[in-house]
Design a protein around this ligand. Structure first.
Ligand code: IPD
Ligand code: CA
Ligand code: CA
Ligand code: CA
Length: 260
């Protein structure tokens, strides 16, 4: 649709800039400012590109981005929620696993989502009620029904972030019962991978709306179930997530509750 085209064009254009910057980082041509400053400049530039393209295509929509915060438009029923670079730490360390995340919220509900991985050229996208896709392929969440054959993703709290003790208890409850736990470092791709059935489930706390907004629609349109880590409904406000298929979701919830 026209809406999805606007969103994917913005993601791809921002990605071209990020790819160039990633290449420069790999070739160690990073300016004297240092790698961390260079990367935060890359985030800002990508967000600026996305902001310009989206506001040109849909004048008046509000815009919530990680780098610029909330920019209120004249149309308060529509808000873009954007993470121009999810997986900054990966990017900074030359680990090729990051994404551009764009969601559209209409009257509180996420109605369209794009998560773009510029390294693999995978564009994950969904529109409410119309299913979830990667490029032109329809996606379904995994069909696994037992924890013991499942691979789950999570996020490990880091310096200045997250409830470390809670996380360790949750990991203790889960890791001994599953086939594997992964921490790849980009929440947007963790959710896209659940939608694609690569991960059977994913939970994480201490996230921001721009980490989650696109992915929660991807997973639900791929037939999955998405709640907060505590089983609630308002993921964007709570900043936590538990995403999986319908069979595994209650089993993961049970383990998270046992950790509480
Ligand atoms: C981070 C990533 C990471 C998650 C962090 C987020 P950023 O986003 O999604 O996987 O564990 O909590 O802040 O900072 O790279 O955009
Ligand atoms: Ca992020
Ligand atoms: Ca970011
Ligand atoms: Ca960040």
């Amino acid at each position: 649709t026209a809406l999805l085209k606007v969103m994917s064009d913005a993601a791809r254009k921002a990605a071209r800039g990020l790819n160039r910057d990633f290449g420069e980082l790999l070739e160690l041509q990073v300016s004297k400012k240092g790698a961390a400053d260079f990367v935060s400049a890359a985030d800002l530039k990508a967000e600026q590109t996305i902001f310009e393209m989206l506001s040109k295509a849909r004048p008046g929509y509000s815009f919530l981005g990680e780098e610029r915060g909330l920019i209120e438009g004249t149309d308060k029923t529509h808000t873009w929620i954007v993470d121009p670079l999810d997986g900054t730490t990966n990017f900074l360390h030359a680990i090729p696993h990051f994404a551009i995340n764009i969601a559209l919220q209409r009257e509180g509900a996420i109605v369209a989502a794009v998560t773009y991985n510029p390294i693999t050229n995978e564009l994950f996208w969904a529109e409410k009620g119309k299913g979830c896709f990667v490029n032109d392929k329809r996606l379904r969440v995994a069909a696994r029904q037992h924890l013991n054959e499942s691979v789950l993703a999570t996020g490990i709290p880091f310096l200045g972030h997250g409830q470390h003790a809670t996380f360790l208890k949750e990991l203790h409850q889960i890791s001994q019962r599953v086939a594997g736990v992964r921490r790849f470092g980009a929440a947007a791709l963790d959710l896209a991978f659940v939608a694609a059935g690569r991960f059977d489930g994913y939970w994480e706390r201490d996230l921001k709306p721009w980490d989650l907004a696109a992915g929660l629609l991807l997973v639900s349109e791929a037939g999955g179930k998405v709640t907060t880590a505590d089983g609630g409904e308002d993921m964007l406000t709570a900043g936590s997530i538990c995403a999986s298929n319908l069979e595994l979701h209650p089993l993961i919830q049970q383990r998270l509750r046992a950790a509480a």
